[in-house]
Ligand binder design. Structure first.
Ligand code: SF4
Ligand code: SF4
Length: 341
């Protein structure tokens, strides 16, 4: 994706008009509050969006990597039919910077030549991601450790930050520029006072999070060197192998394929899978190179924090905190890292 950065200001009134016009002219997905939880949903009215939230329960990953999708069909009479790529155009509004940063990690893995994932690539090209900076990071958040937030991520097309009287608007890509151009009358040039407030906010939030989290990024790069499987014997004891940590992670991308017959047509579907599942590495012969809970648990940490960085030059975690808040066994990646490091 072409990266650029242009800074504009959008007043509160301008933002209301922007939202109304956006919703009436485009397919818009935004956080919506349901039973006390925030989830990304299609909105038909600007008022349906709930933009005062810590983060959504599930990341927006599914709009780029659906939980299940048919990738091709084979009709014995007509031959192999590839699923059409397209029809994914939408604006994903209110994504938190950590989740936007997760997209740039997925880009480096799934768009890597020579075999990019065509389905992911097509969605990534079609979906405009508008992030909203965090004003008050949640208790479980540690995006600062991976420089994935709290104000600015790395995979969004536009970054919105609330400042006095409106929002600072950073245009980060040509796709973001194209969206701003549609509503250009609403935006004005950002002034020095806007940039100053943005800078102060960014430094304050990062400082506050650094003092609260206490994991030094420098320690993470040494993790593989200090890997001790005995350490994970103890740490893995609590895990109940539910896979929730992987399924709710904005960065996890493991998948499985399924072949089946439907009305005399052979189908192949691709769907989410996870290395935290006991079946993930079992082969047809019955052999399983990573059969025990300790091996699975150890792999999850080492893959995210050592092997993805070595292969793709970015961590496999953005510190969104979902696995911390949702794990039914109370496994806290931050505490594991502190004990490990
Ligand atoms: S969510 Fe917790 S219990 Fe479930 S697989 Fe992950 S670490 Fe284990
Ligand atoms: S490992 Fe946990 S904290 Fe890190 S990105 Fe995944 S869900 Fe978020």
């Amino acid at each position: 994706m072409e990266r650029l950065s242009r800074v504009l200001f959008l007043s509160e009134d301008g933002f209301k008009i922007f939202l109304e016009q956006l919703v009436s002219s485009k397919n818009v997905i935004a956080p919506v509050e349901t039973d006390g939880c925030f989830e990304f949903k299609t909105i038909k009215r600007a008022g349906e969006a709930s933009l005062n939230y810590s983060n959504t329960r599930l990341p927006p990953k599914r709009f780029f990597l659906p939980q299940r999708e048919v990738v091709f069909k084979h009709d014995p009479k007509k031959g192999t039919l590839h699923e059409p790529l397209g029809g994914f155009e939408m604006v994903l509004l209110g994504v938190r910077p950590c989740d936007a940063s997760a997209l740039s990690i997925l880009d480096s893995i799934l768009l890597k030549p020579p075999n990019p994932d065509p389905f992911y690539e097509s969605r990534r090209r079609s979906i405009t991601v508008v992030s909203l900076s965090c004003a008050k990071p949640g208790e479980e958040c540690f995006c600062n450790v991976f420089e994935a937030g709290p104000v600015r991520g790395s995979g969004e097309d536009i970054t919105l930050t609330r400042i006095t009287g409106g929002l600072l608007v950073e245009v980060r890509s040509s796709r973001g520029q194209a969206l701003v151009d549609v509503f250009k009358n609403l935006f004005e040039k950002a002034g020095a006072e806007h940039l100053e407030e943005y800078g102060e906010l960014s430094s304050r939030l990062t400082r506050e999070m650094n003092s609260r989290i206490g994991i030094a990024r420098e320690r993470l790069v040494r993790l593989e060197e200090t890997l001790d499987e005995g350490f994970f014997q103890k740490e893995a004891q609590r895990c109940v192998e539910c896979s929730l940590c992987s399924f709710t992670c904005p960065v996890c991308y493991c998948f499985d394929t399924e072949d089946y017959l439907e009305k005399n047509i052979y189908m192949r579907a691709k769907g989410w899978d996870t290395c935290a599942s006991p079946l993930f590495t079992r082969m047809a012969s019955g052999l399983d190179p990573r059969a025990s809970r300790v091996e699975m648990f150890c792999h999850r940490f080492c893959h995210k924090l050592s092997r993805i960085p070595l292969a793709f030059n970015s961590y496999g975690c953005v510190g969104c905190g979902r696995c911390v808040s949702l794990c039914p066994a109370g496994v806290d990646i931050r505490e594991v890292l502190k004990r490990w490091g």
